[in-house]
Design a protein around this ligand. Structure first.
Ligand code: NAD
Length: 290
């Protein structure tokens, strides 16, 4: 396929490189990032989109997605698919999909989980919203960049799935960290705590696969002095998107709200920026009851 790829940062760069390595012709555009291996540099977003079958975007936020979409949609051939893999607000995803459809294009919101490691290894999970035909058309590309693509429903469903998942993840990380800090103060050994919880009803992906306690469980960012991994500020971004969505549809999400407030403090006031989101554990270790 001829593919336009816009946004070649930490995630987009390796994703585009994997598409090129699989034999696709990839035209890339980014304001600052260098071209990944095998990707041909386009002079603008519009020229990366001109005459290609699929345009993939991997951008920082919904406002940037909207402005890039306004530029690329008129440049795309009818029948082509605009596939946004960024994590953005549900409203922006739906607005861009509407514009694309009005121009005779297929549109998908296809945010990912798996981080930079998954992008590099081609093992991302895609959560996809949009029409059946566009999903089927783009699926071979998801199979190159990832190991799983779930078609979640209509436009916006991919972003909805992503922020609900990450709201669970953020809340679970916090409660796992506070439980370890409580266990410490109760004199309970961390390894024993892991042995019990990881095989009891408190188990979770956080505890079992990404344990925030150094030296306990499988290797995780905690074992690397909390270098990310998944940075606390990215978790905060997703939690804020969950709360923006909850407000828009009048959903009561008190735990999501509390997690957003805690990660806001952690990132903005407590040195959490640039650390893995599991560095909540040393934060709790050093604190007393409010
Ligand atoms: P990044 O900042 O490394 O990359 C974004 C790229 O977009 C940058 O290279 C920037 O120059 C480029 N860009 C910005 N405005 C542009 C424009 N108008 N035209 C062309 N290029 C433009 O960010 P990232 O870590 O690659 O994340 C990208 C998206 O993926 C975000 O929405 C993020 O939330 C999501 N995401 C990231 C991770 C992760 O672990 N990094 C995991 C899952 C999802």
């Amino acid at each position: 396929m001829k593919i336009g790829f816009i946004g070649l940062g930490n995630m987009g760069g390796p994703m585009a490189a994997n598409l090129a390595a699989a034999g696709h012709q990839v035209l890339g555009f980014d304001l600052t990032a260098p071209m990944p291996k095998g990707v041909t540099k386009a002079a603008s977003a519009a020229s990366a989109a001109n005459g290609v079958e699929v345009v993939i975007t991997m951008l920082p936020n919904g406002a940037i997605l909207r402005s890039v979409a306004a530029e690329v949609i008129p440049a795309m051939a009818r029948g082509a698919v605009l596939c946004d893999c960024s994590t953005v607000d549900v409203e922006s995803a739906r607005a861009v999909a509407d514009q694309a459809k009005a121009a005779g294009l297929g549109a998908l919101d296809a945010p990912v989980s798996g981080g930079v490691g998954g992008a590099t290894a081609g093992t991302l999970t895609f959560m996809v919203g949009g029409g059946d035909a566009a999903f089927a058309y783009t699926r071979p590309l998801f199979d190159i960049m990832g190991q799983k693509a779930v078609h979640c429903g209509a436009a916006g469903a991919g972003q909805s799935a992503k922020i609900c998942n990450n709201m669970i993840l953020g809340v679970t990380m916090i409660v796992t960290c506070e439980a370890f800090a409580l266990a410490d103060k109760l004199g309970l050994d961390r390894q024993k705590m892991f042995d019990v919880v990881s095989t009891s009803s408190g188990y979770s992906w956080v505890m079992n696969a990404y344990c925030p306690a150094p030296g306990v469980g499988p290797k995780s960012p905690a074992d690397n002095d909390y270098a990310p991994g998944f940075a606390a500020e990215l978790m905060l971004k997703d939690l804020r998107l969950s709360q923006q969505a909850a407000e828009a549809v009048d959903a009561d999400t008190p735990m999501g709200q509390a997690a957003t407030a805690l990660y806001t403090r952690f990132v903005e006031e407590e040195g959490g920026k640039g650390r893995d989101f599991s560095a909540m554990l040393p934060r709790f270790e050093n604190r007393h009851r409010d």
